[in-house]
Every structure is written in structure tokens, then in C-alpha cells.
Design a protein around this ligand. Structure first.
Ligand code: JE8
Length: 243
């Protein structure tokens, strides 16, 4: 997969080159290119923003600069791209989104700042046949799109074949079966007078699987009842029995 990120703060994306993702890049499983939006400005001040039409707080990112940047970055007809624009006004980014995007050959991320990007940039991209996804990583307001891109790229890249050491990790993700993951334990057997649950030390794999399922049901009921509702009434009954 090829990932391009356009931003006025390229160094914000440096964490993508660390640890697991950095190793995936080094192994050629992932290609990441970060572009400085200001490279497409033509004035001495390298202006990327201007006052909003209709008034209101803050500034809006200029369409000319974004248009020229995306013309260049998206100009690879042999590699169809999906343009992703993080925004608090976007559709929710979920694990299902991550799985869908993991099948893409290329993702291009446009990181807005200020009050966002002039709407005509997205309209123009869609008019040129580019798939444009406006997505949000959660119901809170950030200062720009860069942190959201870090979140989304990590969620997508970990699903790519070969990136995770153990592919079972992705298969057994939280949300993969609609439930939250249950608690995890490792050595020592007792720590600060707190013991590992006996069932996990007993070697009965069927009992361990049931215990883990019950803990996942219980945790989901307590923390994310909305996820349980989506699984239907049997799931809620099972969660109540599991407690
Ligand atoms: C007060 N204004 C309101 C509009 C957005 C302004 C800041 N901003 C500019 C670009 C931009 C991109 C993403 C996000 C963002 N915030 N929360 C999320 N889940 C996001 C995501 N994905 C925020 C952003 C602040």
C-alpha cells in the first residue's frame, strides 16, 4: 500500500516511521510519503489560509494551494487513490473502515488546519472522479487532521499482511466479533496479592475460551451497550448470564 499525506506540519507524521510501522516501511510492506502543503504556495509568505466568506471565527485553507497540491499528488492514474479528509464533521472511522481501506492500493490523506479546507477542494476532487471520504476519529475536536491521520494509518497498516508478527492478533481484535476484548494477564501468577484467574492457568482450552467470551460480553455490556444492542437480544442475555 502507498500512503501520501499532505500537511503544513510534516514533522507531525514522523511517528509513522517508528516501531512497527517503521519496520513495515523498511520491509516494503508499506510506502509512506509526506508532502508539505507550503511547497505549492507561490507567495513570499507561503500563505495557505484566508478569512472565511460570511464571517465567523478563524481562517479557512485556500482552495488554490490545495488544488495544485492534490493535482500533483493524485496525478497517478495507474494507481487509483482514495482521498481521505479528516474532519469532526465526517462519518465515523471504525474498524470496519480500517478493514475496507486495508484493501486499497493507495490512500491520500489531506490534513486540514485552522477551520478546515475550502469545500470546493472536495467538490472539485469528486467532480474529477476521485473517491473522497470525510471521516472523523471521534466526537471531540482536535486542532488539525494530523493526529487523526496517525490514528487511521496505524489502524489500517496493522491489518496489512505481514505487518503484525501474529496475524491472529488482527483476527481477534476488539470489535472483530462485535465485542470489546476482555482482560489479559501474564507472569507472575500473583502480583501485589492479586492472582491470575485460575481458569487461565488450568489448561482447559474450552473453559478458557468460554471465560474469555464471558468477560468480553460482560465488559461490552458495561462499557459499550451500543455494541451489544447491534448484536441483537441474544447477546444481551448472554452478557447478563456471563456476569
Ligand atoms: C473549531 N474548529 C472546528 C472545525 C475543526 C477545526 C480544527 N480542525 C481543522 C482541521 C481538522 C481536521 C480534523 C479535526 C478533528 N477534530 N476531531 C476529530 N475527530 C477530527 C478528525 N478526524 C479537526 C480539525 C476546529
Amino acid at each position: 500500500m502507498r500512503i501520501d499525506v499532505v500537511t503544513i506540519f510534516p514533522s507531525y507524521l514522523q511517528p509513522l516511521r517508528e516501531a512497527l510501522l517503521g519496520r513495515a516501511i523498511d520491509r516494503g510492506l508499506l510506502e509512506v510519503a509526506v508532502h508539505d502543503l507550503r511547497d505549492w504556495t507561490h507567495d513570499v509568505h507561503q500563505a495557505v489560509d484566508d478569512s472565511p466568506y460570511g464571517g465567523g471565527p478563524g481562517m479557512v485553507m485556500r482552495p488554490q494551494v490545495w488544488g495544485e497540491a492534490l493535482d500533483d499528488v493524485l496525478a497517478t492514474p495507474d494507481l487509483p487513490a482514495r482521498l481521505v479528509v479528516p474532519t469532526p464533521a465526517g462519518r465515523p472511522f471504525t474498524q470496519a473502515t480500517a478493514h475496507a481501506w486495508a484493501a486499497e492500493e493507495r490512500l491520500v490523506f489531506a490534513c486540514g488546519r485552522y477551520e478546515g479546507i475550502d469545500e470546493r477542494v472536495l467538490l472539485d476532487a469528486r467532480a474529477r472522479g476521485i473517491t473522497v471520504d470525510e471521516v472523523s476519529i471521534g466526537d471531540y475536536v482536535l486542532v488539525g487532521g494530523e493526529v487523526a491521520v496517525l490514528v487511521m494509518v496505524e489502524a489500517v497498516a496493522r491489518l496489512l499482511p505481514g505487518v503484525l508478527g501474529n496475524p491472529r492478533s488482527a483476527a481477534e481484535d476488539s470489535f472483530s466479533d462485535g465485542l470489546l476484548e476482555g482482560p489479559s494477564y501474564t507472569r507472575p501468577e500473583v502480583w501485589r496479592e492479586l492472582a491470575v484467574p485460575d481458569v487461565l492457568r488450568g489448561g482447559n482450552h474450552a473453559a478458557i475460551a468460554r471465560w474469555r467470551r464471558d468477560r468480553a460480553l460482560e465488559r461490552t455490556r458495561d462499557r459499550r451497550p451500543d455494541l451489544l444492542d447491534a448484536l441483537g437480544p441474544d447477546a444481551l442475555d448472554a452478557a447478563d448470564r456471563a456476569a
